[in-house]
Ligand binder design. Structure first.
Ligand code: NAD
Length: 227
């Protein structure tokens, strides 16, 4: 039994709202208040939160700092995440230079590329290493996530480098579907060991633009909330 992806996306939204409320020194909120700010129903808010426990008191709503702390814990944001960037071109450098990630203890610990022009240089104080060194690097430095910002035709290989290095989370910015490697074992195709624990999240801003184009042309179809 899984939890809908949309629920996890909404938890991230609720957390952002709670941070805003805390910044305004608002100490209490309710499912209907959160719902209004998030553009969903109060039922949806309660249902999303109920997957993870009971955070409020019936009829009393939620204490902002407590709910915020609990959502941070649920999302794993109260711990440090070590991130490497694979592909340090336009997008990779933009990500490396974006300061927002460090608000959540996501820290860039390594940058990897194949370009002789880039390997050996520094971006934001971090040396750019050759992607062949990734496996060695993870022997001494814990790496929890890899950002994949390589050209689409290189994404599968670069993802393999991350999987081989034992990195379990891949945030893929290339507009390609990353496939886990499979092996034939006793006549059956099985996912190879290094891929078994790997989770891939795709970030495709062009896909967002395509959806937007459709909804701008068909605004009346934009009313269905996703479940
Ligand atoms: P880019 O060409 O500027 O940079 C890609 C980098 O990847 C280069 O430095 C290249 O040397 C490196 N590279 C190639 N093969 C590699 C490998 N096997 N291992 C490690 N590094 C490798 O490209 P970009 O514009 O930064 O785009 C990167 C990816 O992100 C593309 O898939 C693109 O479609 C996607 N994307 C880009 C943007 C954007 O605004 N630039 C936005 C969304 C998605």
């Amino acid at each position: 039994t899984g939890i809908p992806t949309a629920t996890i996306s909404r938890l991230v939204t609720y957390l952002r709202i709670l941070e805003g409320l805390e910044a305004q020194e608002v100490s209490r909120t309710s499912s209907s208040d959160l719902a209004e700010r998030a553009g969903v129903t109060a039922f949806q808010v309660r249902k999303d939160l109920a997957y993870f426990g009971r955070f409020g008191t019936r009829g009393m709503g939620y204490t902002v700092p407590i709910l915020k702390r609990e959502l941070m814990r649920v999302l794993g944001l109260n711990q440090t995440w070590n991130v490497v960037i694979v592909g340090v071109g336009r997008l990779g450098q933009a990500i490396a230079n974006y300061p927002g990630a460090s608000d959540y203890q996501f820290q860039y610990v390594g940058l990897f590329d194949v370009s002789p022009e880039l390997v050996g240089t520094q971006v934001r104080g971090l040396p750019v290493r050759h992607v062949e060194d990734l496996r060695n690097f993870t022997r001494t430095t814990r790496v929890d996530m890899g950002f994949l910002a390589v050209p689409p035709e290189r994404a599968q290989d670069a993802a393999q480098s991350l999987a081989d290095a034992g990195v379990r989370g891949i945030l893929n910015f290339a507009p390609t579907v990353i496939q886990p490697r499979t092996l034939e074992r006793s006549g059956q195709q099985e996912i190879s060991d290094e891929w078994r624990a790997v989770i891939v999240e795709n970030v495709d801003f062009l896909a967002g633009m395509k959806r937007l184009a459709f909804y701008i042309l068909n605004p009346h179809l934009n009313a269905v909330p996703e479940e």
